[in-house]
Design a protein around this ligand. Structure first.
Ligand code: PLP
Length: 452
């Protein structure tokens, strides 16, 4: 059959990212996607799944959005591609730049386009370092990131990533990137009322010396690392710390940007304006490959004084088709009040989580900010006892969901942690949330029976 043929070809010719190669060669692809509509996707066998994580937290307007496809087609037939190097430009890239800047908080006043999140973060690091170079402080080169962060897979962004599992692949590192031990779930002291709860970052700055540090990077809500929402006051405290020490603050909004958290940008939940802001994923809802870095007016003004070539960029920086899709995507987000829907669905999710907590003793730490949400699974939540490592609770529950045609994601990088992530497309309805919660409820029940 065609399915078998594709599986065999896949195993033979296609080495997949973030997949165990040996297991893949034995089993072949778990699922071959073939079409999608709204929050649902079909596989090549014709089975329909709920896409409970918007694929990779990116298909924010859901699947099968004709308007986005039409925008791409229209631009492709007019001018599919045009360079942005050497002084060239194109209309969609210009219009999207204006639009994104108009939506962005505070003094963020220009965008540097990339083709994805990793490139955005690498670009942010380079911009931060170059800014200090232009300011006569070439030693300010180091970038601080925190535990459980995910910033991408290139050498710079990959080094900044604070999940060890992503460092196992080859040894190359950016030696100017360092990790603070800060952890959004406990912020070192575990006490949100402690005014020094950003102290791990403070300690790292003191140790390295602020004269050596270019920037601190942080996700307002950590996605891949396990849905860790910055506690109230935390981002502000870190931003203040950066200001005190003449260090730039980079917000990684690759997941949070464009509505995911119930605000247009994640930092707006805490009224923080970063100096640099990385975006990707939600800028096109995944319909085209695009990213960018927004920068403060101060950084922009410093850069535009530079009278030599800015030797950095990507072939697909300012890709006309990608930008046309991005423009249409942002138009729909505003026209259809998507961010408002996200805020409302957060409440529905929280109701569902309450129900799960009441019905399952092992569901704990449920959390949601907009439609980025999750919970921990524990053997005994009241006594704070984790599941034995051998049980792999999150994997088991996700697998039970999968059997019931709901695709979710797990985070179990940290010893003893079993986290389920739920981040459906931003067009998700109340009925969809109820369906998702019901499936999770059944899945946990099945898991509980299994481990009894
Ligand atoms: N930053 C965050 C917060 C992400 O979640 C991701 C991807 O998941 C990235 C950066 C890297 O983006 P990309 O995979 O497009 O390079």
């Amino acid at each position: 059959s065609k399915v078998d043929e594709l599986k065999e070809l896949d195993k033979k010719y296609y080495l997949h990212p973030t997949t165990v190669p040996k297991a893949f060669i034995e089993n072949g692809p778990k699922i071959i996607f073939s079409e999608g509509n709204g929050i649902r996707v079909k596989d090549i066998n014709g089975d329909t799944y709920i896409d409970g994580v918007s694929m990779l937290w990116n298909v924010n307007l859901g699947h099968g959005q004709k308007e986005l496809a039409d925008a791409a087609r229209k631009q492709m037939t007019k001018l599919a591609y045009g360079s942005s190097f050497y002084g060239y430009s194109n209309e969609p890239a210009v219009r999207l730049a204006e639009k994104v800047v108009s939506l962005a908080p505070g003094h963020l006043s220009a965008i540097y386009y990339t083709s994805g999140g990793s490139e955005s973060n690498d670009t942010a690091f380079k911009l931060a370092r170059f800014y200090w170079h232009l300011k006569g402080k070439p030693n300010k080169k180091k970038i601080i990131s925190i535990s459980n962060s995910y910033h991408g897979a290139t050498i710079g962004a990959g080094t900044a990533t604070g999940i060890d599992a992503f460092h196992s692949f080859a040894g190359s590192k950016d030696s100017d990137v360092i990790h603070a031990k800060a952890h959004l779930t406990n912020c070192e002291s575990g006490d949100k009322s402690d005014p020094n709860y950003e102290k791990s970052i403070r300690y790292t700055i003191e140790k390295e010396g602020s004269d050596a540090i270019a920037a601190v990077i942080m996700e307002p809500v950590q996605g891949a690392g396990g849905i860790h929402i910055a506690p109230d006051g935390y981002l502000k405290a870190v931003k203040n710390l950066c200001e005190e020490n003449n260090i730039l603050f980079i917000a990684d909004e690759v997941i949070c940007g464009f509505g995911r958290t119930g605000k247009m940008f994640g930092v707006e939940n805490w009224d923080v304006v970063p100096d640099l802001m990385s975006v990707a994923k939600g800028i096109t809802s995944g319909y085209s490959q695009l990213g960018g870095v927004l920068m403060s007016e101060e950084i922009r003004n410093t850069l535009v004084e530079y009278d030599q070539i800015l030797g950095h960029g990507f072939t697909y920086s300012g890709h006309p088709t990608a930008c046309a899709v991005g423009l249409k995507n942002l138009e729909i987000i505003e026209r259809d009040h998507i961010v408002e829907n996200v805020k409302n669905m957060e409440q529905e999710l929280k109701k569902g989580f309450k129900y799960l907590e009441e019905n399952h003793v092992n569901v704990t730490k449920t959390r949601a900010l907009g439609l980025i949400s999750g919970f921990d699974l524990q053997q005994d939540r009241d006594a704070d006892i984790p599941f034995d490592q051998s049980i792999r609770a999150a994997q088991e529950v996700a697998e039970e969901c999968y059997k019931r045609k709901l695709i979710l994601r797990t985070a179990d990088f940290e010893e003893g942690k079993n986290i389920i992530a739920i981040a459906p497309p931003l067009i998700t309805t109340k009925e969809d949330i109820e369906e998702i919660i019901n499936i999770i409820d059944e899945a946990i029940t099945a898991f509980e029976k299994k481990i009894k």
